[in-house]
Design a protein around this ligand. Sequence first.
Ligand SMILES: *[C@@H]1O[C@H](CO)[C@@H](O)[C@H](O)[C@H]1NC(C)=O
Ligand SMILES: *[C@@H]1O[C@H](CO)[C@@H](O)[C@H](O)[C@H]1NC(C)=O
Ligand SMILES: *[C@@H]1O[C@H](CO)[C@@H](O)[C@H](O)[C@H]1NC(C)=O
Ligand SMILES: *[C@@H]1O[C@H](CO)[C@@H](O)[C@H](O)[C@H]1NC(C)=O
Ligand SMILES: *[C@@H]1O[C@H](CO)[C@@H](O)[C@H](O)[C@H]1NC(C)=O
Ligand SMILES: *[C@@H]1O[C@H](CO)[C@@H](O)[C@H](O)[C@H]1NC(C)=O
Ligand SMILES: *[C@@H]1O[C@H](CO)[C@@H](O)[C@H](O)[C@H]1NC(C)=O
Ligand SMILES: *[C@@H]1O[C@H](CO)[C@@H](O)[C@H](O)[C@H]1NC(C)=O
Ligand SMILES: *[C@@H]1O[C@H](CO)[C@@H](O)[C@H](O)[C@H]1NC(C)=O
Ligand SMILES: *[C@@H]1O[C@H](CO)[C@@H](O)[C@H](O)[C@H]1NC(C)=O
Ligand SMILES: *[C@@H]1O[C@H](CO)[C@@H](O)[C@H](O)[C@H]1NC(C)=O
Length: 743
Amino acid sequence: MLFSTIALSALWTIGAVASSPQDYHQPTSKGFRMQHGFETVLVQPFGYDGFRVRAWPFRPPTGQEIGFVYDPPLEGPEDGQAHGMTFDTAFTGNQSEELRNGNMIVRTSGWGGNAGGYRLAFYRVESNGTETLLTNEYAPLKSINPRYYSWTGPGSEFAAEFSFSTTPDEQIYGTGTQQDHQVNKKGSTIDLINFNTHIPTPVFMSNKGYGFVWNMPSTGRMEFSTLRNRFTSDAANVVDYFVVSSTPGDYDTLQQRLSALTGRAPVPPDWSLGYIQSKLRYENQSEVVLLAEEFNKRSIPVSMIVIDYQSWAHQGDWALDPRLWGNVAEMAAQVKNLTDAEMMASLWPSVADNSVNYLEMMAQGYLSATRSGPGTTDSWNGSYIRNYDSTNPKARQFLWDTLKRNYFDKGIKNFWIDQADGGALGEAYENNGQSTYIQSVPFPLPDVNYAAGTQRSVGKLYPWAHQQAIEEGFRNATSSEMGSACDQVSLSRSGYIGSQRFCSMIWSGDTTAVWETLSAQVASGLSAAATGWGWWTVDAGGFQADPTVSWSANIDTPQYRELYLRWLQWTTFLPFMRTHGSRACYVQNAYTCANEPWSYGEQNTPIIVSYINLRYQLAAYIQAVFAQFHRTGRMIMRPLYMDFQSSDSRIANLTQMNSNVTTQQYMFGPRLLVTPVTLPNVTEWSVYLPKVASNATARPWTYWWTNQTYAGGQTVTVPTPVEHIPVFHLGSRADILNGKVFS
Ligand SMILES: *[C@@H]1O[C@H](CO)[C@@H](O)[C@H](O)[C@H]1NC(C)=O
Ligand SMILES: *[C@@H]1O[C@H](CO)[C@@H](O)[C@H](O)[C@H]1NC(C)=O
Ligand SMILES: *[C@@H]1O[C@H](CO)[C@@H](O)[C@H](O)[C@H]1NC(C)=O
Ligand SMILES: *[C@@H]1O[C@H](CO)[C@@H](O)[C@H](O)[C@H]1NC(C)=O
Ligand SMILES: *[C@@H]1O[C@H](CO)[C@@H](O)[C@H](O)[C@H]1NC(C)=O
Ligand SMILES: *[C@@H]1O[C@H](CO)[C@@H](O)[C@H](O)[C@H]1NC(C)=O
Ligand SMILES: *[C@@H]1O[C@H](CO)[C@@H](O)[C@H](O)[C@H]1NC(C)=O
Ligand SMILES: *[C@@H]1O[C@H](CO)[C@@H](O)[C@H](O)[C@H]1NC(C)=O
Ligand SMILES: *[C@@H]1O[C@H](CO)[C@@H](O)[C@H](O)[C@H]1NC(C)=O
Ligand SMILES: *[C@@H]1O[C@H](CO)[C@@H](O)[C@H](O)[C@H]1NC(C)=O
Ligand SMILES: *[C@@H]1O[C@H](CO)[C@@H](O)[C@H](O)[C@H]1NC(C)=O
């Protein structure tokens, strides 16, 4: 066994099972095993109000398959909590069986009221004792079996398609991130393949009051159609999924249940919640020191300065090129002295054949390979590259040891794990594919093999295990345990189920610098939140120019300056405030164009600086919100359905339609309603103010910039000069600034 969640739970410090609520309905059994011909289905009570299901044809799994869920969960009932592959009831599919855990019941059923049945159906028991069907394995008469297996490769691994019932009005939230302006994913088909800016992840919450985790590392597909939700896995030895429930509308409980399975976020270092300065790219040591001097001279606070890619001599050296960075320790100390900022450096997972580490990594088997041998998994600037194998613990250790020696011990302690998508699919670098002629490769090139399996069977593990490499390194270097407060952070372009357990933020990838893309990031962040990822951020201003838009990313144009201001001011109200990108300019003042707070024109500098200062003024609030997220999984960026689905009947309706109210507005923590301006040249903006649960005050909403108060349940139009982002608050501003927002 190379890797398993069991090994991970040993690292976890708060893994103790919490005591059950007083009236908790203890599980009625440790689980059942249903034999259905050559197929076996194992169902166990899992956590509070939840079940785990594993299913397989023919040979039983070992129980050590790769998964992303804690066993036992972080919280759950003391009695009858199943572990491993345990069960206490076995039967064939010809009889009815039922198992209760808390407010959930799973029952086997068949067609048309037959006594027996091989399908599973999941119900919630309401407080009045009635049962509500949440979903069942979906098999209308004479249709494909809801659990369907096929053999497409040469080995014993099978492909699986599992179907679950849904209704036309069900709303689906989460599924990782896409760029589709959707908070409600109903109607979507989503490939479980990672791409830059797309991190599809099979975790969702339903407005019917249940959550679902498809606990599989394989590539595949998610489909949310009218009557059927279907999850497809390309290659597996076992199918593993979870269903948990809560009262409809109680998303905080649902996320607590889900995060008890998939992981709680540690508390980030306070400094990381400030302003993070980055661009493509600071070229050399003197440029970075000059940058720090400029922040110092202008008295602009900065929390971290970031060094982007190509700062190395060869890919896979995992060291700064000494020709450009003569004394790394001195630079980090100078930056610290001048600004108090930490530093972060980018690393790519790829190793070129001319890297100092290549031969040893090749010899030790630390590189991902192809089926035809070590092969090449990509090429870059005429040199072949292969990704290190994050699924191999020894490769993770090799990576970390190199990073520690070359960066960490010299004072650059935070790592940007760029290009983390795995499978060489993140971008079409393949065979120099970023040419006019090959922009995207139309087949899975290459068919990568990892220590833990093939790209098809474990490809979704790759970015997660890469985050894990840095996490293990941090924890080893600081003798701290996973789950405890973080001293350092990583920044990752990808992630997977439970990525929130790492000291690692996910950003929305290499976005284009146009209004439409700014707008799309909001729904992407809200889907990240519903997936359980709280540590989320973006490139303020967008990463790169849209080649069809002349002004895009050009810092010397009024059009881009306006977009940048709107985008940057929005990041004040994201979990992390970070700027980054590749900029164009007319007035070249560096090797690459500038992206500093003072790079966007004299009249705009004070506006940008005012938002950086506001970020620091909100420190207590943001810390309180992160602390609560750590304790209970209560989300930081909150889609409107999380807080207002019960108090405001319009919210469900607006969410269902993916109205711009629900894809553009959200709560940042419990008190701030944020609506970024996503169009140019506007002087006012319309915002829908939801009805709040408590009617303690008739006008609960206060506009941040004027202190004017408003009743909920109406659309209001507020003036939005470029220095104002529409932000409304609940409760007093003093409580927010003091961080006194949770009773
Ligand atoms: C289920 O099958 C078993 C074994 O064939 C049989 O003994 C039992 O009576 C069946 N039960 C029902 C409810 O048909
Ligand atoms: C029981 O509670 C459920 C959920 O609140 C509700 O939909 C249903 O109408 C109630 N049934 C009765 C008989 O009160
Ligand atoms: C920090 O800089 C000041 C001058 O600005 C200098 O006097 C001091 O020695 C420096 N401290 C360190 C630790 O480098
Ligand atoms: C590409 O390789 C050439 C020749 O080795 C080198 O001079 C150049 O700097 C490289 N460019 C990049 C972007 O790495
Ligand atoms: C962390 O330390 C453990 C125990 O020494 C070791 O097994 C593991 O490989 C280390 N991980 C990394 C990434 O250095
Ligand atoms: C460092 O970068 C700056 C800014 O691009 C450039 O002006 C300078 O020449 C570079 N210095 C060295 C030593 O490469
Ligand atoms: C939204 O609500 C209106 C009336 O309140 C209703 O007619 C309409 O069907 C609803 N739309 C959806 C998508 O539920
Ligand atoms: C914004 O307004 C200016 C002048 O009012 C105009 O020149 C420009 O075309 C407008 N831009 C857009 C994108 O509408
Ligand atoms: C929604 O779109 C309308 C029309 O474009 C616009 O007036 C409104 O301000 C937008 N609202 C939000 C929250 O983006
Ligand atoms: C809320 O409104 C209801 C009905 O109008 C009223 O009975 C109740 O006292 C109000 N609660 C508060 C806290 O104002
Ligand atoms: C709004 O109220 C806060 C105190 O809550 C105050 O600091 C601020 O100046 C006021 N803003 C305006 C525009 O009156």
